[in-house]
Design a protein around this ligand. Structure first.
Ligand SMILES: [Zn+2]
Length: 112
């Protein structure tokens, strides 16, 4: 008898805490989603302002020195610039290109 009562109390308690845990989980997920969104937005913003990173093959030097004398050759990957376009900037460029393409398609012989 008392065990039934205890079980029902336990069930209610676990159910209540499960609800609380779910609400807590949703809040936590929302916080994580917010942090991720803000981080991505910040990263994309930095890619707008600073679109280039160091070339990973030549470490930003743009050239490889010969072990003899002062001879060197340009890095093949960055073609001597030492720069690499950051991934976020590639994403931005892709979206800009897509949007520009859509604009061109919709404004056939339109303004300008
Ligand atoms: Zn390079």
């Amino acid at each position: 008898m008392s065990s039934t009562l205890a079980t029902s109390t336990l069930t209610a308690a676990t159910h209540g805490s499960a609800l609380a845990a779910t609400a807590h989980g949703i809040a936590q997920a929302a916080t994580v989603a917010l942090i991720v969104t803000v981080s991505i937005a910040f990263y994309l913003f930095t890619c707008l302002v600073w679109p280039f990173g160091k070339c990973c093959r030549c470490k930003g030097a743009g050239k490889f020195k010969s072990p003899f004398g002062n001879a060197y050759r340009h890095c093949g990957k960055c073609e001597g610039s030492g720069l690499r376009v950051r991934v976020g900037r590639k994403v931005i460029n892709y979206y800009r290109r897509t949007r520009a393409g859509a604009d061109n398609a919709t404004s056939k012989g339109g303004r300008k």
